[in-house]
Ligand binder design. Structure first.
Ligand SMILES: [Zn+2]
Length: 169
């Protein structure tokens, strides 16, 4: 069994690579809980694939299930840098993931500790064991830097400096 912090560092690497591609920096790993064998790693690719469902967790679950040739992964752990959204929380449940480990909590978009609290609903038929907090600071720092940079570039685009306007004339 690999320890959570090692797996989280792999997920964080995927998140960094996502940021380099201009994607929201979230990364995920699917691993066999007992052997520690990594089945899949992924970062967000919603922009690259023009796919609103291409979250890191979904891509990692799909790749792991494809590797296994089965839709369910009941002996696996999914490690992700950020608290899963409602879509991903549901997909993790459908995949019968044994254990979910996430880094930073997400009060705005999370669905495990926040919002719909998916696994606490009577309509949820499989609840993974949940752990969180490992790598949370690194995961949050990546997201904050990404959104800060994006806000900065939007501001420049909206209000060009007088010099830039002159150049355009
Ligand atoms: Zn998601």
């Amino acid at each position: 069994m690999q320890d959570d912090s090692h797996l989280m560092s792999i997920a964080l690497d995927e998140a960094r690579r996502a940021a380099e591609r201009g994607e929201v920096p979230v990364g995920a790993v699917v691993v066999e809980t007992t052997s520690g064998r990594i089945l899949a790693t992924a970062g967000n690719r919603t922009e690259a694939l023009a796919d609103p469902t291409a979250h890191a967790e979904i891509l990692a679950l799909r790749a792991a299930a494809r590797t296994r040739g089965r839709p369910r992964l009941p002996d696996c752990t999914l490690v992700v840098t950020l608290e899963p959204c409602a879509m991903c929380a549901a997909a993790i449940s459908f995949a019968r993931i044994e254990r979910l480990v996430f880094g930073a909590t997400d009060p705005k978009g999370g669905a495990v500790l926040h919002g719909p609290r998916f696994y606490e609903q009577p309509t949820c038929h499989h609840r993974p064991e949940v752990a969180y907090g490992t790598g949370a600071e690194d995961a949050s720092a990546l997201l904050q830097a990404f959104f800060r940079a994006r806000r900065g570039s939007e501001r420049t685009q909206r209000r060009p400096s007088p010099e830039a306007l002159e150049k355009d004339l």
